[in-house]
Write a protein that binds this ligand. Structure first.
Ligand SMILES: Cc1cc2nc3c(=O)[nH]c(=O)nc-3n(C[C@H](O)[C@H](O)[C@H](O)COP(=O)(O)OP(=O)(O)OC[C@H]3O[C@@H](n4cnc5c(N)ncnc54)[C@H](O)[C@@H]3O)c2cc1C
Length: 465
């Protein structure tokens, strides 16, 4: 191994939103900072590249947000989606600090744009990055570098030198070999383990082989695993994650936002036995989109098909791939490899159960089925206008929730209950502290920004003393 590559006050592992917020915050607090990023420069920024928005509390409408979203309402939403599985102290801290994030992130060069419409209807609660996640990252990198933060790409942390809760240095693998980086404090912001199929299989069984990973292939959980092995306390279980239904034709990794399908509410969803398995119209889509990954994961061969007819084609954002079309349900079944008779039976049964109503995709309307199991509670309209369409869908894992436990200062906690000496965490790697299950759009970025800023500040403070 080469000699020590760098000696710094703070080393930040991972160059996504959480890592960059930490790096900027540590540097602004006076520390020398090095960011080590496993990916090459083009792929820097992990899952953050794919993002579009962040959820922040605010007391009144602004140029970019259509109305107030109080801290209490944010907390209520978090409680509802997590069904109470959240650390209340950390959740309230995150929400309180999110209010200030709207301005802080702008001070770091990021720009907001007026909210987008569409199926997730986030105009009031979520701020959208002008140019999306990549533009946001470019701004953060530029600011970090202008402040004097050094960034090393193609640099994967493969070992942490630890004694108890103290890390004296990290070993990195670079194209030219192994190196050691010596640091007074470490911020782990290296994402979850969603891209580690073997780890997913340990949690989910062999079915995880059929999952698609919506984001970066670099979040393999190596840093999380090291920390777990070295006695850091963990939080949450490995099956909890954010997973949506995405186009089954998407690439295994990094398909991003354009492979997500939001048309479930407009049709019916069947498995490969041509059977429906869940109420497609249970609630408005922003509250339900994140359950469909898990639902499809529970089906045979982890595949399902969203079926709809010509009357719904223009109602939603399409996938990157065209829907599969056919003039009859039986022919559609043929194209999907489903049993034609079974699919025709399912569609006829559904059509017969649909009760007349007034269709309105913006509210919980009165279009529903009667006497059908499972029911379709809203937006139920007969599939009767050719051509008929289908999208094949698979579980698309966005990020995992198993992570390291932290305190309000983003300092990791050791399994024996003590605080780690110089180890801090931010982002997906500690998301489980506030997200025990479920999800509400935009919280991923809130976790990274808020805890990133705290972790950087605290790491710098530790280094100073
Ligand atoms: C398609 C998609 C859309 C999304 N949209 C949104 C959205 O609009 N709003 C929202 O709030 N959330 C969204 N999310 C979730 C959001 O992306 C994450 O919650 C957030 O980006 C996590 O930030 P992070 O910094 O923790 O991780 P990341 O941004 O993933 O960064 C982690 C970094 O660590 C690096 N790394 C990993 N292992 C190592 C190692 N051993 N050594 C060195 N570096 C390492 C990786 O290369 C990566 O760059 C979306 C996710 C996806 C996949």
């Amino acid at each position: 191994m080469d000699a020590t590559l760098a000696r710094v006050d703070v080393v930040v592992i991972g160059g996504g939103n959480a890592g960059l917020c930490a790096a900027i915050s540590a540097r602004r607090s006076g520390a020398s900072v090095l960011v080590v990023e496993a990916a090459p420069k083009f792929y820097r920024g992990g899952n953050t590249r794919h993002t579009r928005n962040m959820r922040c509390a605010h007391d009144s409408a602004t140029k970019i947000l259509s109305g107030p979203y109080t801290q209490d309402e944010f907390f209520e939403d978090l409680l509802r989606v997590t069904q109470g599985q959240t650390d209340e102290v950390l959740a309230r801290l995150m929400i309180r600090e999110s209010q200030d994030m709207l301005g802080w992130i702008v001070e770091q060069g990021v720009r907001w744009q007026p909210s987008l419409g569409g199926t997730l209807s986030l105009g009031r609660t979520n701020s959208f990055f002008l140019g999306g996640g990549r533009a946001m990252l470019n701004a953060l990198y530029l600011t970090a570098e202008r402040l004097g933060v050094e960034v090393l790409y193609d640099t994967e942390v493969v070992e942490m030198e630890m004694e108890g809760g103290r890390c004296s240095g990290v070993l990195v693998r670079r194209p030219d070999g192994m190196h050691r980086i010596s640091a007074k404090a470490v911020v782990a912001a290296a994402g979850g383990f969603e891209a580690n199929i073997d780890w997913l299989k340990e949690a989910w069984g062999p079915s995880a082989g059929n999952f698609l990973i919506r984001g970066t292939p670099y979040n393999r959980g190596t840093v999380l695993k090291m920390l777990m092995d070295k006695g850091v306390e963990t939080i949450r279980d490995p099956t909890q994650c954010h997973a949506v239904a995405i186009d089954a034709r998407a690439p295994k990794f990094d398909g991003g936002i354009i492979t997500r399908l939001d048309c479930v509410v407009f049709g019916i969803v069947v498995n490969n036995r041509a059977e429906r398995f869940y109420d497609e119209g249970e609630d408005i889509w922003p509250k339900r989109y994140a359950i469909w990954g898990r639902l499809v994961a529970q089906q045979p061969d982890q595949i399902a098909y969203i079926l709809f007819d010509a009357s719904s084609l223009e109602l939603f954002m399409p996938s990157l791939y065209p829907p599969i079309a056919a003039p009859t349900i039986a022919e559609l079944a043929g194209k999907l490899g489903l049993d034609a008779e079974a699919l025709t039976r399912t569609v006829e049964g559904f059509n017969a159960a649909v009760r007349p109503g007034t269709f309105d995709d913006k509210t919980l309307d009165d279009c529903r089925t009667e006497g059908l199991t499972p029911p379709k509670s809203h937006w139920a309209r007969k599939l009767q206008t050719a051509p008929y369409y289908a999208y094949p869908v698979r579980p698309g894992i966005t990020f995992t929730y198993l992570g390291v436990r932290v305190g309000a200062d983003a300092r990791m906690r050791m399994a024996d209950g003590t605080g780690a000496d110089n180890l801090f965490a931010a982002g997906e790697i500690m998301a489980g502290n506030v997200l025990g299950r479920g999800y509400a759009a935009g919280i991923g970025m809130t976790i990274g920004s808020v805890f990133g800023r705290i972790a950087g500040r605290e790491a710098a403070d530790h280094a100073r003393h």
